[in-house]
Design a protein around this ligand. Structure first.
Ligand code: ATP
Ligand code: MG
Ligand code: MG
Length: 553
């Protein structure tokens, strides 16, 4: 595993600074505002902002908004919020659409140099003429239009004289190039659509492969870092920079995409999950979006540390989600207060405890971080325990409650199960226990030992709470592929039982918990107060991660 302290991009940057090729490095993070950011984008953010920070450079946040049909202000706002939340500051906020006029001028320059032409072929024909890896492409019959005719047609494209798809502008490069990207790529298309930023000013829009290098060059980006699927486009990137006579010459460098097990990562797929109602929005805690992870309870630190540890190699492997979980456990271990919550309550009456009496017990807030001090929790004759912590007829090695067995209640006393009550359906609805006053926690009692320690909540003051427990949204480990061998897509692998909702109770001192507060519930795991569903009436918790981990770094 590579880590961020040594990677190939860093080496290139170091060399460029030492050789004097650049005095200062400039990077950019260029999301298209067509969806929310996901944890894959966090990798790109950490690389771009992280390297600039490390070498005293700057990073622009640039919205790559060249496709009006898919882009929206909602996404722009969400992306800004997520980058800031991850802890990064951009030098300049830019939009590709700020440069539409300059891009147009550069396209005109290409036409004048005989390096671009207006083509009347349909999209299907262009695809057909392009050829394949083994077959050279075929030239369009419109390829040899005169400069004058091309200038006139391109001007009329801009003026709105043509329908969508009727004409395109293509770079004139090489129809027999072994690199298909260089077989006269389309660089402008007609699209009569309202743009979120430029409104109806334009009805022609530049294609990504043309726009991106120009955006980078205009901003003086020195190192244009992108993912490996753009590797084949690098010759075109360089062609555009050179033929458009851009002053500054950015260098494109590719790194591997981040993928996670049991996760789909492309915005197109995530949008489908949202639009088709599989999840409760882009910020659903089961989504790999930054906003989903935030709502689930991940901290920015845990995400950044995870991404750094996953490394900056060229390869794009699928990383085990367990590794991401490892980093949030590590982060919350010292930060999150400990508390007790009952997810599936069973009432216990402590028959020898005085009726009407309530005593306050002292409980440490975080044994990993003693500075957090202690809290007071009530104890009385009636408490709730977890339903699964009682069995009428237990197997061997079950050390929790069963008739005649004694356990410790965390921070309180030993109790012994004397009896249980069933309803008419045979379900256990109440336990009768006795407690031993000698065994109070912290009293130094050593008279006898018990094997089980249970969590509990005092019943009269318990605060009702909802617990939302999550399973992976996608049941197949590797779902980045479009289809599996049986022709099933990721939608066939959506886990319909990925959200489990439980109604339980929490400690009285938790009643003022605020959205996004995080806790470790004893014996359960880490939970976050859900900002969307929590109300005056009810606190809702999202499970962030369970306590146990099989993951070793
Ligand atoms: P998607 O396919 O999810 O829509 P994208 O690459 O089209 O992703 P952009 O908005 O264009 O999304 O991405 C902005 C930047 O983030 C790009 O430089 C892109 O390469 C990078 N990026 C996107 N997904 C990942 C990923 N999974 N791992 C690393 N970087 C990524
Ligand atoms: Mg993109
Ligand atoms: Mg995309």
């Amino acid at each position: 595993m590579e880590n961020s302290s040594s990677n190939f991009i860093k080496t290139i940057i170091q060399n460029d600074l030492e050789s004097g090729k650049h005095k200062k490095i400039v990077t950019r993070f260029p999301p298209e505002p067509n969806g929310y950011l996901h944890i894959g984008h966090a990798k790109s953010i950490v690389i771009n902002f992280g390297l600039a920070d490390e070498f005293g450079g700057e990073t622009n946040l640039r919205f790559d908004d060249t496709n009006p049909l898919k882009e929206d202000q909602e996404y722009v706002d969400a992306i800004k919020q997520d980058v800031e939340w991850l802890g990064f500051e951009w030098e300049n906020l830019r939009y590709a659409s700020d440069y539409f006029e300059e891009m147009y001028d550069r396209a005109v320059l290409l036409i004048k140099k005989g390096k671009a032409y207006v083509d009347d072929l349909t999209a299907d024909e262009i695809r057909e003429y392009r050829g394949t890896l083994t077959e050279p492409g075929k030239e369009s019959p419109y390829r040899n239009r005169s400069v004058e005719e091309n200038l006139d047609l391109f001007d009329r494209m801009r003026k709105g004289e043509f329908e969508n798809g009727q004409k395109v502008l293509r770079a004139k490069i090489d129809m027999s190039s072994p690199n298909i990207n260089l077989r006269d790529p389309v660089i402008y298309r007609v699209s009569h659509a309202t743009h979120h930023n430029t409104g109806d000013t334009w009805c022609i829009y530049p294609m990504y492969a043309f726009a991106h290098p120009i955006e980078d060059a205009i901003e003086g980006v020195t190192h244009s870092l992108c993912t490996t699927e753009f590797e084949d486009q690098r010759p075109l990137y360089n062609w555009v920079v050179e033929e458009c006579e851009m002053e500054s010459q950015p260098q494109q460098i590719e790194f591997g995409r981040l993928g996670l097990t049991n996760t789909v990562m492309s915005k197109r797929k995530l949008k489908q999950l949202v639009d088709e109602g599989y999840v409760d929005g882009w910020d659903d805690p089961r989504m790999p979006t930054i906003s989903g992870l935030r709502r689930k309870g991940y901290t920015p630190e845990s995400i950044v540390e995870f991404v750094k540890a996953a490394g900056v190699s060229k390869g794009s492997g699928v990383t085990d989600t367990a590794m991401l979980e490892h980093f949030i456990r590590e982060d919350l271990k010292v930060k999150a207060p400990r508390t007790m919550g009952i997810v599936d309550p069973l009432k216990v009456v402590i028959t020898n405890y005085p009726e009407g009496q309530v005593e306050m017990l002292d409980a440490e807030i975080n044994p990993e971080n003693p500075e957090m001090g202690s809290r007071q929790i009530p104890f009385s004759r009636e408490i709730y325990i977890e339903r699964e912590d009682f069995m009428e007829d237990p197997p061997k090695k079950y050390f929790r409650l069963f008739p005649g067995n004694e356990v410790r209640l965390k921070h309180a006393y030993f109790i012994k199960c004397e009896d249980f009550i069933k309803d008419e359906n045979g379900n256990v609805v109440e336990l009768h226990c006795t407690y031993d006053v000698e065994t109070k926690s912290g009293s130094g009692f050593t008279g006898r030992k018990v094997k089980g320690t249970l969590h509990w909540v005092e019943a009269t003051q318990a605060v009702p709470a909802e617990f939302r427990i999550y399973e992976p949204l996608i049941s197949d480990a590797d779902m980045e592929k479009e289809e599996d061998s049986e022709g099933k897509t990721f939608l066939d692998y959506v886990n319909k039982d990925s959200l489990i909702v439980k109604q339980g109770f929490i400690e009285a001192n938790m009643k003022d918990a605020k959205p996004q507060d995080k806790f470790q519930f004893f014996r359960h795991g880490y939970f976050n107060v859900d900002p969307k569903h929590t109300s005056e009436e009810k606190i809702v918790f999202n499970e962030i991660v369970s306590l146990k981990s099989s993951f070793k770094l």
